[in-house]
Write a protein that binds this ligand. Sequence first.
Ligand SMILES: *Cc1c(COP(=O)(O)O)cnc(C)c1O
Length: 455
Amino acid sequence: MTSNFRALPSVDRLLAQSPLQELAHAYSRDALVGLIRQELQSQRAAISQGQQVPTINGLVEAIQKRATQQWQALPQPVINATGVILHTNLGRAPLSNAALSALELAAQGYSNLEYDLAQGERGSRQTHVDTLLRQLTGAEAGIAVNNNAAAVMLGLAAVASGKQVIVSRGEAVEIGGGFRIPEVLAQSGAALVEVGATNRTYVSDYESAITEHTGALLKVHASNFRVLGFTASPSLEELVALGQKHGIPILHDLGSGCLLDTTHFGLAHEPTPQESIAAGVDLAFFSGDKLLGGPQAGIVVGSKDLVQRLTRHPLARALRLDKLSIAALTATLLHYLKGEATQEIPTWRMIAAPEPALRRRALRWARAIGPTTTLVRGQSTIGAGSLPGETLPTWLVAVNPGGMDGGPDALAARLRSGNPPVIVRIQDNRVLLDPRTVLPGEDPLLLKVVQETMR
Ligand SMILES: *Cc1c(COP(=O)(O)O)cnc(C)c1O
């Protein structure tokens, strides 16, 4: 084995190969030496497993591949043909044009991020966010932090640290990606008191658990699962009345932050922050990049007094939103104020896409790809733990992998390795392409990748 290792070329000899000299020139010699060492090390491991010593050209190619993989700007754009609108793995909500411009302007130069132009003195990055959130939700105040997980954590820490928080047993759940209500509560310094049964909880369950140590009642929206059948949970209004009777704040984790009425789009009703505020909850929490259709952010709206407690809490500084996200968030919120959300925000445009238009687009794709395709009806989903089980009717292009080795999985893998990568859904042994989540300008690129793959 070790004698085989000696058959591997030296770092210097590899550096002298002209493709690698070009790389050393474009990046730096030191950076390239690091990559060469990585490759040689993995070759030694392979050789000790019995593999042949590679040729020098093979090594050069492998090092070039490492350079393209490791030295590209990330995240790399991909085409989402899965039909999952808010795909957490693919970056959730694409931003509107206005949000993109705002983000670019904020990034390019200086801004009045924390500067009061009228007074010529220090201001707050939350002022503008607060103004817009108040107008949109009817709340007395609002702030935005890094994401909804951070918002809930901050809310619990500021309102209920050292106290007990009462949660229905059916809501002390995992929302996904490491967000578990019991663990978040523990981190915030509050003690969880679970009440009721997994499927049924009554107001009286909450009431009997209230003690002098109770700091808050927390309601968590079941955003990524459904409990069906014999279920019960109190309305927000009932909880608010109970909270008011005992002087205990009601906190509501909504998850999605949907400002529009989803029933207009043939979907089940998704609770809105406006409804929470109207019902009288003290704080409502939601994401910026789920159904709101904006950048990653966690938004809190509620009573002035409690929002101020969050703003002044030491964690607020650690969880604060950066200027690029603030720019994109305020531009997104403005679409709602202008009543143009369904036209301007990509997430809502996708939700609102009419079936005939989806069918026409799918048909165009099917013709362009050729005889291996069929047009089929199917369902798109919302994703990102929003409206679980709810779907939107769509038209799909089913691509038959034909005699391709490895069937649909191999075809999907080849599409993923396209430039740009195309991400698809596999169902019933077919690769499915859903036009709903493919952005308007992406058709030519998508077709290019699929045609090249099928060739
Ligand atoms: C998605 C979700 C969260 C986490 O929100 P992020 O913005 O992803 O941090 C918290 N609670 C609920 C109910 C959610 O649906």
